[in-house]
Write a protein that binds this ligand. Structure first.
Ligand SMILES: Nc1ncnc2c1ncn2[C@@H]1O[C@H](COP(=O)(O)OP(=O)(O)O)[C@@H](O)[C@H]1O
Ligand SMILES: [Mg+2]
Length: 241
């Protein structure tokens, strides 16, 4: 099973943000998406998750697809404790309402907390947690519905290197546990090296690089070289970003 996108086009105010984008992510694989700010990375995730409509193109989801989106900010509700934050989708989303008993929900919440290495913190409030812990609780909430597609928008942005490593390892761990097709938008090479299988790079609406992490790091694509060396010189013009 896989998530496949064919010839996706999205225009904002007459500007083509995504111009004929095609890609495929197998279950159990993670695709990294890189590119300048404003290159359409978040837009791509929003279209896949159904927050935005595409202008044209096709998105072919795996059977019984359930999509999770983990945002740059953990986006936890500060007035709810960890338990209520994680249980939120099961309690509030229309398709899950009444589906599970209280005991079942409590078991699912505990299971997901264990998956992100935070057993037993149900009663804590977000303000009592470190940034890395908040992010992991955000992951637990995103995956409480057992998604087979997981989308991460800059999951390690603004985190210290050690916490980033921990988050990267959880991205790999969750992918394996749920056998999900994952997409990670990131600017961080560490995240690409540690948590990603294949990479696409977006520039001016187009995919200018598509390949393995090895190809990105050591191949001859000029866009990849510029990205990896964080160079001002190269085919991508910062002024047009
Ligand atoms: N809802 C919207 N309406 C109009 N323009 C938008 C909207 N969302 C994003 N854009 C524009 O589309 C471009 C791509 O945005 P985005 O996908 O957020 O980029 P990225 O995540 O790569 O930084 C930007 O120029 C942004 O201003
Ligand atoms: Mg973005």
């Amino acid at each position: 099973m896989s998530l496949e996108i064919k010839n996706l086009v999205k225009t904002f105010d007459g500007r083509k943000i995504l111009n004929n984008i095609s890609l495929k992510v197998e279950n159990g694989q993670t695709l990294g998406v890189v590119g300048f700010s404003g290159s359409g990375k978040s837009t791509l995730l929003k279209i896949i998750s159904g927050i935005l409509y595409e202008d044209s193109g096709e998105i072919i989801y795996p059977n019984n697809s359930e999509i999770a989106m983990a945002f740059q900010y953990s986006a936890l509700f500060d007035f709810l404790n960890v338990y209520d934050n994680i249980a939120f989708p099961l309690v509030e989303r229309k398709e899950f309402r009444g589906k599970y008993s209280k005991e079942e929900i409590s078991k699912m919440v505990a299971e997901k907390l264990k998956l992100v290495g935070l057993e037993g913190i149900e009663e804590k409030f977000p303000s009592e947690l470190s940034g890395g812990m908040q992010k992991r609780v955000g992951f637990a909430r995103a995956i409480v519905t057992n998604p087979n597609i997981i989308l991460y928008d800059e999951p390690t942005a603004g985190l210290d290197p050690v916490t980033s490593t921990m988050i990267e390892d959880y991205i790999v761990h969750l992918k394996k546990e749920l056998n999900a097709a994952c997409i990670v938008v990131t600017h961080q090479l560490s995240t690409i090296k540690r948590a990603v299988d294949n990479v696409i790079m977006l520039y001016q609406g187009n995919i200018v690089f598509q390949g393995s992490v090895q190809d990105l790091l050591y191949g001859s694509n000029e866009y990849a070289k510029q990205f990896v060396s964080a160079s001002i010189q190269g085919p991508m013009n910062i002024a047009t970003k």
